[in-house]
Design a binder for this molecule. Structure first.
Ligand SMILES: Nc1nc2c(c(=O)[nH]1)N[C@@H](CN(C=O)c1ccc(C(=O)N[C@@H](CCC(=O)O)C(=O)O)cc1)CN2
Length: 283
């Protein structure tokens, strides 16, 4: 039994789309295992995620080409994945290791179906974790003066390893527009606030100063505009006047781990459709 295919698509909404997609798969011996759809009525857009089994080798070989013809007819943006190759992932981290540690254990436990090909950090703190999990670790120091050279080193490592997804697990450096453009909707960051509140480097400090009663965390695709990429997942937690800054940071860490791991898993399971700086999450 081969692994199921996953079809993700969006296109201008019109009658007959579900029938056309189901008929296309039926005619080729496909068996739909799960299907979900969504309409954005403001933008008149249709979204769909279909998981299906297709065992015939010749149909599998020509599937993309044949679906391309259907997609052109309906103006679809689409992707077909058959999960036979584990996606290669790089994790970037600075000095706070709680999100990295969570992702590495979840991967070890089989929750994240990917290959973590390398860790990159501008500090040495994460090296013991990388060694424990036997993952190649690259220390690439970053200063204001050396930022571009550091990114050249980072992107060379990513290319050499065939990385398809970059995860910023509390990586505290702003990526250049060129870096972001090289990995569109393939860099996931966790921001430690309930966006769009408290963007920037120290959101817990800003939240504590503001006297908030809820703290939050947000995972999002990274774009060149800081903390403004399409939001993937968010969560919040109550705090009170008894909580000091350290309590916010400590309580927030649980939210960061949850929110980032959900975003990474949903991306790997091809459950995220991104459009107009928003996301549709099929989970
Ligand atoms: N192009 C983007 N790069 C990054 C994003 C993003 O959305 N777009 N998210 C950040 C993560 N982040 C908050 O979640 C964040 C990290 C760092 C900074 C910052 O001002 N960094 C300073 C250096 C700070 C230091 O050296 O300790 C800087 O880069 O000059 C703001 C927000 C990750 N990158």
């Amino acid at each position: 039994m081969t692994k199921p295919w996953i079809l993700l698509l969006h296109c201008p909404d019109r009658k007959g789309l579900v029938a056309a997609i189901a008929q296309f798969l039926f005619e080729r011996g496909g068996n739909i295992l799960h299907a979900a759809q969504h309409q954005d009525n403001d933008l008149n857009l249709f979204f769909m995620r279909v998981e299906f089994a297709l065992d015939d080798a010749s149909e599998r070989a020509s599937l993309r080409e044949q679906f391309g013809a259907l997609a052109q007819r309906y103006g679809m943006e689409w992707e077909l994945s058959n999960q036979e190759q584990l996606p290669k992932v790089a994790i970037f981290v600075s000095q706070y290791l709680h999100c990295l540690n969570d992702l590495l254990f979840r991967h070890h436990a089989g929750e994240l179906q990917c290959e973590i090909s390398l860790l990159i950090s501008n500090h040495e703190d994460a090296r013991p974790l990388a060694d424990f999990y036997k993952i190649p670790f690259h220390h690439v120091p970053v200063t204001k003066e050396t930022k571009l050279q550091a990114e050249e080193r980072q992107t060379t490592l990513l290319r050499e390893n065939g990385v398809e997804l970059v995860v910023l697990a509390r990586y505290m450096q702003v990526l250049s527009p060129g870096f972001c453009a090289a990995y569109p909707r393939r860099i996931i960051n966790v921001h430690h606030s309930f966006l769009p509140a408290f963007t920037g480097a120290k959101p817990y400090h800003a939240a504590f100063a503001r006297g908030v009663k809820l703290i939050g965390s947000s995972s999002h695709y990274v774009t060149e505009v800081l903390d403004e990429g399409p939001i993937i997942e968010q969560d919040v937690m109550r705090i009170s006047h008894d909580d000091q800054l350290g309590d916010l940071i400590q309580k927030g860490r649980d939210l960061e781990r949850l929110v980032l791991s959900r975003a990474v898993r949903w991306h790997l399971e091809r459950r995220i459709l991104s459009y107009a700086n928003k996301t549709v999450i099929f989970n």
